[in-house]
Ligand binder design. Structure first.
Ligand SMILES: Nc1ncnc2c1ncn2[C@@H]1O[C@H](COP(=O)(O)OP(=O)(O)OP(=O)(O)O)[C@@H](O)[C@H]1O
Ligand code: SF4
Length: 301
């Protein structure tokens, strides 16, 4: 493996095996939901696996709500920020988001590029993730300051860095997904594949998937662009009620103990029972087939 630069970010992230950046060309296509599901599914896939999720969607952080840890706060230790553990005492599902740093729920972040860059550098260099098998990074839609900052700090120091692109089957979303793909090529970021979200509708009564709108656009795009198709995820009302309503109980405030949502393990259990989890299982299998190619790379530079 090629030598990487020695920086505070490289020292902090050297104990992370894979960093997977979740992107979308367009807003509202379900990128954060896919990032949250990826973290939950990875967590549930193997005993003792350690997963982190970093939310750099600075202006619209939704990961804390989706993982049921909204309202928690990060603990500052002598060795950096301790992330919020969505699975409380097991401490295998770590979460960091600007949402934990806002004074009040619903406050918005209005920052220019340099301040966003500084925040992202701090997330990468100061969070005490410990050993992680996977760090999933949720990003804002499009290709913005946040993406450039992430890559500026990560590309020189981490060999196992890759992306997945989320789209819906509609033509407008697909066009934006192609732009997102072209960005990854421009910055030499390997793409594990494309996920087509909201592809068909799962009937809440019998679980049958009906193609109410167009489907398979993501698969066609993947074939055209020579990228792996990771799979399709249908519109699932059970997923919405699970992720949109995953409210945490009030965080604990014992001194020296990081706050944690107490609903995390229950959330994983309930997620595993949704139709989405079954479909995401196929996405995860395909993604895990793609990961060894990232491992074989000597450097992404
Ligand atoms: N497969 C799905 N089935 C049903 N609802 C979904 C699905 N995927 C996402 N949603 C819902 O769509 C809404 C938008 O999803 P999400 O916040 O993940 O999108 P996003 O692309 O991250 O948006 P943003 O533009 O804020 O970054 C949420 O309410 C989410 O619960
Ligand atoms: S998908 Fe199944 S339960 Fe839903 S309307 Fe059709 S037949 Fe009925």
């Amino acid at each position: 493996m090629a030598a990487v630069q020695d920086t505070p970010v490289s020292r902090r992230l050297s104990s992370i095996k894979h960093i997977i950046i979740v992107c979308s060309g367009k807003g509202g296509v379900g990128k954060s939901s896919v990032a949250a599901q990826l973290a939950l599914k990875l967590y549930a896939s193997t005993p003792n696996v350690r997963v982190g999720i970093l939310d750099v969607d600075l202006t619209g952080p939704s990961i804390p709500r989706m993982l049921g840890v909204d309202g928690s706060s990060v603990h500052q230790s002598s060795d950096g920020w301790v992330p919020v553990y969505a699975d409380a005492s097991e401490a295998r599902l770590a979460c960091m988001s600007v949402g934990f740093l806002l004074k009040r729920k619903g406050d918005s972040v209005v920052w220019r590029g340099p301040k966003k860059n500084a925040m992202i550098r701090q997330f990468l260099s100061d969070v005490r993730w410990g050993e992680l098998d996977y760090l999933v990074v949720d990003t804002p839609p499009g290709t913005s300051d946040e993406h450039l900052s992430l890559l500026e700090h990560l590309s020189p120091v981490h060999d196992r860095l890759s992306a997945i692109i989320v789209t819906t089957p509609q033509a407008v979303a697909l066009m934006d997904a192609v732009k997102c793909l072209s960005f990854t090529r421009a910055v030499n970021l390997p793409v594990l594949g494309i996920v087509e979200n909201m592809s068909g509708y799962v009937c809440p009564c019998c679980g049958e998937v009906s193609n109410v709108f167009s489907t398979a656009g993501g698969e066609e795009m993947a074939r055209r662009e020579g990228v792996r198709f990771l799979g399709a995820l249908p519109v699932d009302t059970e997923l919405v009620s699970l992720l949109d309503a995953a409210e945490a109980t009030p965080p604990k405030a014992e001194s020296g103990v990081p706050d944690a949502g107490s609903v995390g393990i229950e959330l994983v259990r309930r997620y595993q029972a949704t139709p989405s989890a079954k479909h995401f299982g196929k996405v995860l299998d395909t993604l895990q087939d793609a990961l060894p190619a990232i491992e074989r790379r000597t450097s992404i530079l």
